[in-house]
Design a protein around this ligand. Structure first.
Ligand code: ADP
Ligand code: MG
Length: 355
């Protein structure tokens, strides 16, 4: 017999709603990590360490030396929509920081074991707290859930353990931890290239020589060299473009016509947030097509600053996708600039071989 069609509408339990929302923001460990990196950078950190176990499913830990979190704020830190970065809806148009909705830590606390150790400059000690489902919880049964004083340096350490422990379907979807670790390295590498003056390290637990290590003093080219190798770092040109009419500025470090790879490497930052854009990537690849051998692809690091009033970062919970006004015009400007600098390099080369 067919089951009777359900027809009565019922409200989902709050914890189900929270887990669904969390699963939309954090699909894989790398998404949790991206939020944590952005928080650390927002906090003014100049050094950032990432430690990973099992592709981030067992452990994802990020330690920064930023301004820390006040002990008084710790009880509401992981509640949904608690933030120090946004007060009015209008602020979305001038937002300079990465985070703004106060959803990241809340989400993580619904699908992982989360603990936070933090110390501000003003505090005489660090404070450690554990969270579950948005709230402080005690680490041992019978103990108080209040933050506990411990010794520690200024800054914040966020420890995420057993990600998706309570979302079995998601957990089962992960085949290999090395695939997840590769995504994590890719993301840390992006921010390590972009955030000049910030030191980055990323390590697999128990493996000291894998991963990323970039000192705070490294230049952008040094950073690219560390992470992407000499071959590309030796063939880079910088580009700059700016236009008041479309309200944008762009800086980039891109491979010249001597460099050609099987696949495009595209590090794109819009208003200092790592994002993806198939449209921009395609336009740039087409620009390169006339300079590279057939099947050859470039390396592109591009940082676009667009007047925040013209950008809508709020299109998707993950903030991976960003929309802005006059996208076509801005892309055309950037591609013109790329064409110019690739052309210049070419002339100087042929000039040199002629003489
Ligand atoms: P959002 O970044 O959107 O504000 P989050 O859930 O990511 O929301 O973080 C909530 C708040 O916790 C932030 O507004 C910030 O005040 C604080 N916070 C989170 N991570 C850090 C950190 N590494 N250092 C200092 N403060 C932090
Ligand atoms: Mg955030």
């Amino acid at each position: 017999l067919p089951l009777p069609a359900p027809r009565r509408i019922k409200a989902l339990a709050q914890d189900v709603v929270n887990k669904i929302a969390a699963g939309e923001i954090i699909v894989a460990p790398v998404h949790a990590l991206k939020e944590l990196i952005e928080n650390a950078v927002d906090a003014g950190s100049t050094a950032l360490e990432v430690l990973v176990k099992d592709g981030g499913l067992k452990l994802l830990q990020i330690t920064d030396n930023g301004h820390g979190i006040d002990k008084e704020d710790m009880p509401i830190l992981c509640e949904r929509f608690t933030t120090s970065k946004l007060k009015a809806f209008e602020d979305l148009t001038s937002i300079g920081t990465y985070g703004f909705r106060g959803e990241a830590l809340a989400s993580i606390s619904h699908i992982a074991h989360l603990s936070v150790t933090t110390r501000t400059k003003e505090s005489s000690c660090a404070w450690r707290a554990q969270y579950a489902d948005g709230k402080l919880v005690s680490s041992k049964p019978g103990q108080s859930a209040e933050p506990k004083p411990i010794a520690g340096r200024p800054g914040t350490q966020i420890t995420v353990e057993d990600l998706f422990y309570n979302v079995q379907s998601r957990r089962r979807a992960f085949r290999s931890s090395s695939e997840e670790y590769a995504k994590i390295l890719d993301m840390v590498g992006r921010y390590a290239v972009h955030c000049s003056k910030v030191a980055f390290s990323c390590k697999k637990h128990g493996d000291n020589n894998s991963g990323i290590s970039v000192p705070a003093t490294a230049t952008i080219v040094d950073r690219i060299r560390q992470i992407h190798g000499n071959t590309v770092a030796n063939e880079l040109v910088t580009i700059n473009a700016q236009n008041d009419r479309w309200g944008f500025e762009c800086q980039g470090c891109i491979s010249n016509a001597n460099y050609s790879a099987k696949r495009t490497t595209f590090l794109l930052f819009i208003n200092h947030r790592s994002v993806e854009s198939a449209v921009i990537k395609k336009a740039i690849e087409q620009t390169y097509a006339m300079f590279l051998p057939k099947g050859g692809h470039p390396f592109i690091y591009l940082s676009l600053d667009i007047d925040p009033a013209r950008v809508d970062v709020n299109v998707h919970p993950t903030k991976r996708e960003v929309h802005f006004l006059n996208e076509d015009e801005i892309i055309a400007h950037v591609c013109d600039e790329i064409r110019d600098s690739l052309g210049k390099v070419d002339t100087s080369r042929s000039f040199m071989t002629q003489s």
